[in-house]
Ligand binder design. Structure first.
Ligand code: SAM
Length: 232
């Protein structure tokens, strides 16, 4: 369970309403029951329910069960989709090892506004579900051109494009390097965006096969490829 509190032996933590409701009413946990906590910095800790009341659920932190793991270097860049599809894509990116999520606005991006709070709630829920201890960062949405203008020299970019090649050799040259993976909007990239992306040093234009994948499908496929290269 994710908590915002500092975690140390003997700490008493009163849960916020949403997790309190989850523990009491969904998990139907009782005093004396144990569960695992993490806050994204202090590793994973065992804790025991010391109070389960209508208005309050309190835990007493006991022992550390896992050391904190470093934030994965994999950066996932994507044109935001509409609500439920965006929820799904964000959760899959976390499950597939993204350590930083960067919504980028392209000419054909459908969702003009992005609810970052909703995105963060999905990231935390996915982290709890897949058992990671670090909470991926979420950037504010930014124009793709601005993101590319400030692209870090040491970060390789895998830009997924149905018109891309099958650059097995280029991908192997990225082995062990910090990676960014970029998926376009449902309407795809336009030619000006492709030209700009191809000017990024250490860019690889990756085809994910001959079929047109929906953006959330492409996200999982591309991150699986990136995982196999990034290795962290
Ligand atoms: N431009 C396509 C069209 O309208 O014909 C649709 C784009 S696709 C729905 C959304 C994004 O998923 C693309 O911008 C690309 O990043 C990725 N994608 C989809 N199919 C892909 C493929 N076969 N290879 C690589 N990337 C793909």
């Amino acid at each position: 369970l994710f908590v915002e509190d500092a975690l140390s032996e003997g700490a008493e933590i009163a849960l916020a309403d949403q997790p309190a409701n989850y523990v009491r009413n969904v998990m139907r946990m009782k005093e004396g029951d144990g569960l695992l906590l993490f806050n994204g910095q202090d590793g994973e800790w065992g804790a025991r329910l010391s109070e389960v009341a209508k208005k309050r659920v309190v835990l007493t932190v006991e022992e550390k069960t896992r050391e904190q793991t470093p934030q994965p270097t994999l950066r996932y860049l994507f044109a935001p989709l509409k609500h439920a599809r965006l929820d799904y894509m964000v959760q899959k990116a976390v499950e597939m090892g993204a350590g930083r999520l960067s919504p980028v606005i392209t000419r054909r991006t459908q969702a003009s506004r992005v609810n970052v709070d909703r995105m963060r709630a999905n990231v935390v829920e996915a982290a709890e579900q897949c058992g990671i201890l670090s909470i991926p960062e979420i950037d504010d949405p930014e124009q793709l051109s601005r993101t590319i203008d400030s692209w870090p020299a040491d970060l390789a970019l895998i830009f997924c494009d149905e018109e891309g090649g099958d650059p097995a050799a280029a991908l192997s040259s990225l082995k062990g390097r910090p990676l960014g993976v970029l998926i376009g909007p449902e309407g795809g990239f336009d030619d000006a965006e492709r030209a700009m992306l191809l000017r990024v040093p250490s860019v690889v234009r990756l085809s994910l096969g001959p079929r047109i994948l929906r953006a959330d499908t492409a996200a999982v496929a591309a991150l699986a490829v990136a995982q196999s290269i990034a290795g962290d």
